[in-house]
Design a protein around this ligand. Sequence first.
Ligand code: AFP
Length: 311
Amino acid sequence: MGEGIGDYTKNVIDLRRHMWMAGVEVELRRLIWQIAVVGKYISAKIHEANRKLAGLKNIYGEEQLSLDRSSDEILKNQLQFSGFVREYASEEQEAIVKIGTGREKYIVTADPLDGSSLVETNLAIGTIIGIHKEAVFDTGKNTMVAALYITYGPLITMVYSAGCGTHEFVLNREGEYVLAQENIRLKENGSIFSPGGLRNEWIPEHLRFIEQLEKDGYKLRYSGGFVPDINQVLIKKGGLFTYPALRKSPQGKLRLLFELQPMAFIMEQAGGQATDGRTDILSLKVESLDQRSPIYIGSSAEVQMVKQFLK
Ligand code: AFP
């Protein structure tokens, strides 16, 4: 048997089996699985785009849609025929799109390809998904039932939570998502921080907080990709990602519905915290699709610390 194939009879747990063992309800299991499969198609699109960058003719020759728009098309089409999604909201769509009969159980929010401006640099990028039972214009605490992100890096990994812990999977050579680590738990504090935005645009309280982290010996880790930067805090089991209020944009840059709610759901399920500096991200009411919010997300000691500075 090839290396790793034989393990299927032993201790390799694939995504579907893990969700069944974790007690995730059947329609949600199937929906999460279908979205994870889209990660393979999006990854193929990224490689196709990079073929062009590598000076190779792209395989179809057609006018390439921008990667984030083509990723959005792939995702929307897959969800349209999933049987579980009545509405789809995406960073790439002007409004929420009705894609089912109206009787399906879930609403899916997506940032189909976050960090797409990094593709040409070959840095890691990602897909961010939120799964809601009720209308999305409420707090995440009231509407969210699951969240996941897919990281397109040296490996393709998928992290999900359906309210029963946060778990990481790796896409293996056979095209299966196999469990890498389950019930990831952040330590009380970490040793890395990701400071978004320009230093000279930070509000004074935020600058003082970052200077304290630097004084305390925290190491700066920032790629400019929200998904890999968050993933680093999760997999290192501690640290802090922030994209703060800026002088010119007091709501910061990142989108509450598409980017911050899913990551807050996942991080809280791993024992972390997520705030805008005063209020938990999942307690913020979503008023509009393009609503932005400052974000401090990661291990609890650093999140509690920033609240002292922003009081
Ligand atoms: P793009 O999707 O335009 O590449 O932006 C990525 C992003 O939305 C998020 O992934 C990063 O955390 C953030 O922007 C980086 O913003 P700065 O370039 O201002 O640091």
